[in-house]
Design a binder for this molecule. Structure first.
Ligand code: PLP
Length: 393
């Protein structure tokens, strides 16, 4: 949307793809559900050859995401993991080292431990909330620092600006940030100095649990073109139908995020003083140790929180099972409130002793606060507490 640079995000989110389709003037950008494109004569196309390389509907989503990221373009993928895999396979080679946040989505850990490690890519995990630990963790062959902030599931934050300075003090080290929990609307990681912004669009960008997808955005044309080539080679591009569905989600993203933040704040404040709750992790609470960093680097505290009950693991799981409105399901960022136990879901492959050290305990509960009325969510918690603890606060 370089021709409309002055629009606010809520306007950009709606109008980036208002390309007027010539046959009907349909207000929605059409789904180009096609594998291939007719050559007008041998070798002469309208710029599209085969949908593993590019597709107009995927491009429309890429335009929308790049408008939010503030980049010339973006690339969309079949999944968030497809985006991370393409990033790593595109930019790394055997012998390179990657420094990762130690609190991070379990699938990212699995990718390094069970796949990339087999190809001679070195990796290590550090507490990226501590810039000195990042400096100490760098090796001569560190090519990429891959950070998740806020991190899944404990919401631990890393200072993107400080990490960008550390990466860029070296000649050949890039900083990539998984910004899935906030999206560029609540945290401009590229503006803070990161080289690459990664999103699982499955979450807030789609917002309706309709698709699995991912994106990468960078100001570097060289990196974009390299990743485009690798995406085409690996076959990790998003599908036209998923891109179209995701595009509809993008239009309401600014409005949804504002509500997610409001609702999460209310729920977090209620949980924090509830006698059966031991601790709540939410960057918008004064008790959150990194609230100052959240306020400085984020434009909102987001819709995700985590908490532990003053209860055994068994009771905590019974509490989840007793909920009627909050849905027990993996994923996050949708209009529905979703609740999970990371130890048995997203982080199940991480050994117990590591999880315990990182705060991802067996009884930790992760909550993606949706758009239902907070009053109804709180009533649901109250009835579930009554089921498990018999009304004893
Ligand atoms: C922070 C984060 N990054 C990446 C992913 C992977 O995305 P996808 O499930 O779209 O492959 C997830 C999925 O839960 C996630 O929570």
């Amino acid at each position: 949307m370089s021709e409309r640079p002055d629009f606010q995000p809520s306007t950009l989110a709606i109008h980036t793809n208002r390309a007027y389709e010539y046959q009907s003037n349909s207000i929605l950008f059409p789904i180009h559900q096609t594998a291939t494109y007719i050559h007008e004569s041998v070798g002469v196309t309208k710029g599209y050859g085969y949908s593993r390389g590019a597709n107009p509907t995927v491009n429309a989503l890429e335009q929308a995401i790049s408008a939010l990221e503030g980049t010339p373009t973006a690339l969309c993928f079949r999944s968030g993991m497809g985006a991370i895999s393409t990033l790593c396979l595109g930019l790394l080679k055997a012998g390179d080292h990657v420094l990762l946040s130690e609190v991070i989505y379990g699938g990212t850990v699995r990718l390094f431990q069970q796949v990339l490690g087999n190809f001679g890519i070195e990796y290590s995990f550090v507490d990226t909330s501590n810039p000195q630990a990042v400096k100490d963790g760098l090796r001569t062959n560190t090519r990429l620092i891959f950070v998740e902030t806020p991190a899944n599931p404990t919401l631990k934050l890393s200072d993107v600006k400080a990490l960008a300075e550390i990466a860029h003090a070296r000649e050949n080290t890039l900083l990539a940030v998984d910004n899935t929990f906030l999206t560029p609307l609540l945290q401009d990681v590229l503006g803070l100095g990161a080289d690459i912004s990664m999103l699982s669009t499955t979450k807030y960008i789609d917002g309706h649990n309709a698709t699995i997808g991912g994106s990468l955005a960078t100001h570097s044309q060289e990196i974009t073109e390299r990743l485009r080539l690798v995406r085409k080679t690996l076959g990790t591009i998003a599908s036209p139908m998923d891109s179209w569905l995701t595009l509809q989600g993008v239009k309401t993203l600014p409005a949804r995020l504002a509500l997610h933040c409001q609702h999460a704040q209310q729920v977090a404040e209620w949980l924090e003083v509830y006698p059966r709750v031991e601790r709540v992790y939410y960057p918008g609470l004064d008790s959150f140790p990194q609230k100052a960093l959240a306020t400085r680097q984020q434009k909102g505290y987001g819709g995700m929180l985590a908490f532990e009950l003053k209860a055994t693991t068994e009771e905590s799981l019974r509490f989840i099972n007793a909920l009627k409105l909050c849905t027990c399901a993996e994923s996050l960022g949708s209009v529905e409130t979703l609740i999970t136990n990371p130890a048995t879901a997203s982080h199940c492959d991480i050994p117990l002793e590591i999880r315990e050290r990182l705060g991802v305990t067996d009884r930790l509960i992760r909550l993606s606060v949706g758009l239902e009325a907070p009053k109804d969510l709180i009533a649901d918690f109250e009835q579930a507490f009554a089921v498990v603890f018999g009304g004893v606060r």
